[in-house]
Design a protein around this ligand. Structure first.
Ligand code: COA
Length: 135
């Protein structure tokens, strides 16, 4: 039985373990503790999934709660994937800010996931990477 929380910020160690066990950790700065801690500390909407005391899923977001929610990380540990936890995390993320659109960048492993669960690819999205400057 999985339970969900939106009132709890996981510890750095628990989050690191979850990111590793989901494979998303390979694409996030887990070994830069200050940076990873800041990612958790400054997210203002975090929905987590728990199997007993074990953290098994996360939706980590930055949102204004009324217009836009940026879903920065969605991750479910490999042992619990494809059981509907990712979808439920997205549902609860939306429910926390129902007026807001949900935006994200898909990791390569999840490019087919988002259209499968109802997301629409938009051509008018633009990205200025960290370190790139406006010309
Ligand atoms: C992507 C991820 C979050 C999905 O979570 P999940 O709990 O495994 O997915 P769900 O159980 O909600 O899956 C819902 C549906 O999508 C399908 N699905 C799951 N992962 C998929 C994938 N990678 N590609 C395509 N479809 C996928 C499921 O089979 C299911 O289909 P159904 O409703 O027709 O039965 C999870 O697999 C994960 O953590 N992956 C590694 C980390 C990652 O890449 N995260 C994305 C960062 S942007």
């Amino acid at each position: 039985m999985i339970h969900y929380r939106d009132d709890h910020r996981p510890t750095l160690d628990a989050a690191r373990e979850l990111y590793r066990a989901s494979t998303l950790g390979a694409r996030r700065p887990l070994d830069d503790s200050a940076r990873f801690a800041a990612m958790l500390a400054h997210a203002n909407l975090i929905v987590t999934a728990w199997d007993g005391e074990h953290l098994v899923g996360i939706s980590r977001c930055v949102t204004d709660f009324v217009w836009t929610t940026y879903l920065a990380d969605l991750a479910v540990v490999a042992s619990h994937q494809r059981q509907g936890i990712g979808k439920e995390l997205i549902r609860r993320t939306q429910a926390a800010a129902p007026q807001a659109k949900l935006l994200l960048l898909a990791a390569p492993a999840a490019v087919d996931y988002y259209p499968h669960v109802g997301f629409e690819a938009v051509a008018q999205a633009w990205l200025l990477r960290a370190g790139q400057t406006v010309s």
